[in-house]
Design a binder for this molecule. Sequence first.
Ligand SMILES: [Fe+2]
Ligand SMILES: [Fe+2]
Length: 187
Amino acid sequence: MIRATVSAMNVFGLSAGPPADYDDPLALLRAMHRQVLTRTGVLERVAALLPEPTRAAEATAALPGLFAFFDDAWRLHCLDEDGSLFPRLHDLPELDALECEHRALEAIYLALRDVGTRLLAPQGHTDAVLVEAFASHTRALADGLAAHIACEERLIFPHADALPAPERRAIGLEMRLRRGGAPAPRG
Ligand SMILES: [Fe+2]
Ligand SMILES: [Fe+2]
């Protein structure tokens, strides 16, 4: 049985990875995409295990750590894009749609977190309606994030890579300030 969030994260295949740096903000943003996709994979694994009575407690043990990631790191990533990256790519036609997708994905995530919180209540994982709702929201979030990230990396990031160095440095500085000057998140 998984007894701690950190242990659960490791069992589900998550690791800290190499450090990234604010001097290369595009590398940080790409690394965050990999982290997001890893965690949607974990959410799908949790959804697959929840219907199994002998594995449900193990699966739900991973949820607090996953929710902490999406509440903190993913929220900041969206702010990095909405507040620092997208405004510097003025004329790209995809930016408005991508910003709208952030709001739509956040709404899906909040619905998922609400269901997940109820699953964490005593015997919550025995509620078949909740288990199915968790699976449905997880599919929507995983599919939506995969498509969103693929679009950003294909259509947006190449333009961001071409920004002048002072602009890219400014993005990195704003990302650091957004985190209270804390060290760069690990990719
Ligand atoms: Fe995004
Ligand atoms: Fe992104």
